[in-house]
Design a protein around this ligand. Structure first.
Ligand SMILES: Nc1ncnc2c1ncn2[C@@H]1O[C@H](COP(=O)(O)OP(=O)(O)OP(=O)(O)O)[C@@H](O)[C@H]1O
Length: 809
């Protein structure tokens, strides 16, 4: 069925147990005393010192039993009305039901369940249940219900489909197996489920099944059932009106157990003897399940020992309203069987079930319902928008470019006091808040970073931003940093950049904080510089092709650009250093590093170099790997130190995670071992049961079960530790990654500013534009190793690790 399962778990309930006596003229009223009130039975068997009375002659003389009801010589109708009818009502609330007849052979189980077919008045509970089910359906025209029936017997530990002879049924008896169903109970795969459109259909199936049942004659019963039979009615009900997505499922198992018999009494031989042995054995297993269920300390219930207990998992200790009818034949000669039945029945009284409303929601019906609701609400909203003159409002989720636009607006709003944010819709408000949060989080982290590095946060207006799509560079004051819109970095991957100032560089001069040397170190404007200002001005007003190649920022706000050009003698490359190596600097924009912004190279690196007349122009910059090493010891020392610390922490977390994983595996191995031993033991004991008819859990098995329980607890604990450890590894991994990116970016910035070489890839790799930051870092490490480290195998090792990492991720 194509639906999602849901349920309303109800309270625990004891199984209801009633006693029914088979009418007989020889009822042993002197030893079976039915107490007034109709709920208690007292058995009194006087001691027979000679031991010749044929009765039980042990120490106990009296037994007191109490049940939910004792039905002595009552008719079928009373029994049905008082016991079965409420369970049928429950079916229409989505509750499962089971009615089970138990007792010695000839005690009236089949009479109780199926009844006497030749006499309508004596019809049993099953035809009455069928009748009430269809009556209820006919009385509920608002409800659409479908009824299926199935009928099986368990004969000599084999499940047999009793409806294979019905028209339209399949003969798949050989493939019948008990499987777990999605609600945690059991069902029989391959069993015919026949649709019953009306009462007559269902009765036909019942009678057809009856004729297929295994019965035979013995001393105590002419038509003795030789198998356990289960007739099941399944109902699916949904409202024809509202809430049609809610579907109730329920089933009613009507179980006629085979009767226990003492072979000496029934005097069976041959096939009947074999049948009797199977019957007794399966009833023993049933009793073991009941004993286990009645003992609250027991964790393991041996349902899977027999087909009967496995099929009836739901009914015994599961999701079901269960009624047991204990049938006794109250004649003196059967007192032993009667006591045995009463003991079993009183044990049943201790078993609890948790009946649960079985509701499922049909997803197709749910979708239809929600679609309609959405449509209605949209219409309503459109009406409101029209009335409020807001017909332009949109309600679809924002696209990435819309989000990005909004991000720019938010940034603008933060940058300029007089800026307003126009509010058009709720989704826009939400997204705006989201963008504020992103910026806030980023700034918070940045501040933390600066504090850790001991630098004055107020001196650092520019910050490195993680990604273009998430965050824009943020100015903490409108005049302290240069922002680059992500749209300018469309060809880059890693994000926009605000140049971070280093100590001594980037004093607030003329309102700018980017790439400026301290004023003391600044040369007097040269002629060339003066020229450059003009050139630069020209460039700024109308971006030239060169600008575009350089990745200059066309979205720089006008005041920012003007200030930049006033303060920094930015040089037009062609005019200032036509023959310098820098003339070749980013002629090919594809060489720009993916993480480097195509920002004002001319306004930062070039202008700095040009304005710093005291420093000779470095014609060939040092190798990047070399510079990177000294950078890590100098300006990048702080970040490099943090990176190392994070790596150490990561190693430690990995070690702990590995230990935790080993501990989990160790427990798992031990669990498997104990399970194997238990399984072997169980097989041995089962074989013994076949011989002796007794299945007793010995001390060793008990200990093993205890050990298994302990190990399971330990496994859960250790698994939780492992999960926690893995979480910490992930966290540290991210920290390392973040730190690594930061170090690279700082280095790139430093390299670009110091040497006027903006491309991280220049001289390193040709396909730099497709490498991300982590890859660049790896390449740098490789290069460093190959250049500086004596061990050539270090490169191989590093390469192999890199490949493995790629394969794993
Ligand atoms: N409450 C009753 N009223 C009238 N007759 C009954 C009643 N209970 C049992 N009988 C009769 O007793 C006989 C044996 O009953 P039944 O076949 O139902 O026993 P059983 O418990 O199913 O036995 P088995 O386990 O051998 O199948 C039948 O002839 C049945 O009609």
């Amino acid at each position: 069925m194509n639906s999602s399962y849901g349920s309303g778990v109800g309270p625990q309930r004891n199984i209801r147990v009633v006693l029914r006596t088979r009418p007989t003229a020889e009822f042993a009223g002197d030893i079976i005393k039915l107490q007034p009130g109709g709920k208690s039975v007292n058995i009194h068997i006087p001691k027979d010192p000679t031991g010749e009375g044929g009765h039980i002659n042990n120490k106990q003389e009296n037994w007191d039993f109490r049940f939910d009801n004792v039905y002595h010589n009552v008719g079928q109708e009373t029994l049905y009305d008082e016991c079965a009818a409420p369970l049928v009502k429950g079916m229409f609330q989505g509750l499962n039901g089971t009615i089970m007849a138990y007792g010695q052979t000839g005690a009236g189980k089949t009479f109780t369940m199926a009844g006497a077919t030749e006499n309508y008045k004596h019809r049993g509970l099953i035809p009455r249940v069928i009748s009430q089910v269809f009556k209820e359906i006919s009385e509920k025209p608002q409800m659409a219900a479908t009824v299926w029936v199935s009928y099986l017997e368990i004969y000599q530990e084999q499940i047999v489909d009793l409806l294979t002879t019905v028209d339209g049924a399949e003969d798949s008896t050989s493939a019948l197996i008990v499987v777990d169903d999605k609600s945690g109970g059991a069902s029989v795969r391959g069993l015919n489920l026949m649709i019953a459109n009306n009462e007559e259909d269902a009765l036909n199936y019942l009678f057809e099944g009856e004729t297929n049942k295994s019965i035979s004659e013995h001393q105590m019963n002419k038509v003795s059932s030789r198998s356990h039979c289960i007739f099941t009615l399944h109902i699916e009900a949904r409202s024809r009106q509202e809430n049609s997505e809610k579907v109730l499922y329920s089933k009613m198992n009507l179980v006629d157990l085979a009767g226990s018999e003492r072979i000496s009494k029934t005097q069976t031989t041959g096939t009947s003897l074999r049948e009797a042995m199977y019957i007794n054995k399966s009833l023993t297993f049933l009793e073991q399940v009941v004993i286990a269920l009645a003992d609250r300390r027991r964790e393991h219930i041996p349902y899977r020992q027999s087909k009967l207990t496995n099929v009836l998992r739901d009914s015994l200790g599961g999701n079901c309203n269960t009624l047991v009818i204990a049938c006794i034949w109250g004649e003196r000669q059967h007192i032993e069987e009667t006591v045995s039945t009463l003991r079993f029945a009183s044990r049943m009284m201790c078993v609890t079930n948790t009946p649960t409303v079985n509701v499922q929601y049909d997803p197709m019906a749910l979708i239809k319902k929600y679609e309609k609701e959405v449509k209605d609400l949209r219409q309503e909203l459109a009406m409101h928008d029209t009335l409020a003159n807001r017909s332009h409002a949109q309600y679809e989720p924002m696209s990435e470019s819309q989000k990005f636009e909004l991000q720019k607006q938010v940034k603008n709003y933060l940058d300029h006091d007089n800026e307003d944010l126009e509010i058009a819709s709720l989704r826009q408000i939400k997204e705006t808040y989201a963008q504020f949060r992103v910026l806030y989080k980023y700034l918070e982290a940045e501040l933390e970073d600066l504090k850790r590095s001991g630098r004055d946060p107020r001196m650092h207006g520019g910050v490195l931003m993680p990604t273009t799509t998430q965050v824009l560079p943020v100015d903490k004051s409108s005049s302290t940093s240069l922002s680059v819109s992500a749209s300018d970095t469309a060809t880059t991957k890693a994000g926009a950049l605000d140049l971070e100032k280093d100590e001594g560089v980037g004093e607030l001069e003329g309102g700018f904080a980017i790439g400026l040397m301290p004023s003391s170190a600044r040369p007097q404007p040269s002629k060339v510089g003066a020229k450059d200002i003009k050139s630069s001005d020209k460039i700024k007003k109308k971006p030239t092709k060169t600008d575009k190649r350089l990745g200059s920022n066309p979205t720089l706000s006008e005041p920012q650009s003007r200030q930049l050009n006033n303060d920094i003698p930015a040089l037009a490359i062609e005019t200032v250093l036509p023959s310098s190596p820098r003339a070749s600097f980013p002629n090919d924009s594809t060489l720009l590093p993916t993480s480097l912004p195509p920002l004002s190279s001319k306004g930062t690196a070039l202008s700095t170099r040009a304005s710093n007349a005291d420093q000779p122009v470095t014609l060939s910059p040092p190798p990047r790997s070399e510079e990177f090493e000294s950078f890590k010891k100098g300006k990048g020392a702080e970040t490099s130190k943090i990176l190392t610390e994070n790596k150490v922490a990561l190693c430690e977390k990995r070690r702990l995670a590995k230990e935790a994983a080993e501990a989990v595996n160790e427990t798992k191995r031990e669990i498997d071992d104990v399970r194997d031993i238990l399984e072997r033991k169980s097989m041995e004991l089962n074989a013994a049961v076949a011989d002796t008819g007794n299945r007793i859990i010995d001390e060793e098995e008990h200990k093993l079960l205890d050990r298994l329980k302990f190990l399971k607890g330990q496994y859960r604990e250790r698994y939780a530790t492992l999960r926690e450890a893995r979480g910490e590894v992930d966290y540290c991994d991210r920290l390392v990654d973040q730190c690594r990116r930061k170090l690279i970016q700082e280095f790139e910035q430093h390299y670009a500013v110091t040497f006027g070489v903006a491309s991280v890839g220049a001289g390193l790799v040709g396909e730099e534009d497709i490498l991300d930051v982590a890859e660049k870092f790896e390449i740098m490490q490789l290069q460093r190793m190959s250049q500086e480290e004596a061990e050539p195998s270090a490169v191989t090792f590093f390469n192999a690790r890199r490949k493995l990492k790629k394969r794993v991720t």
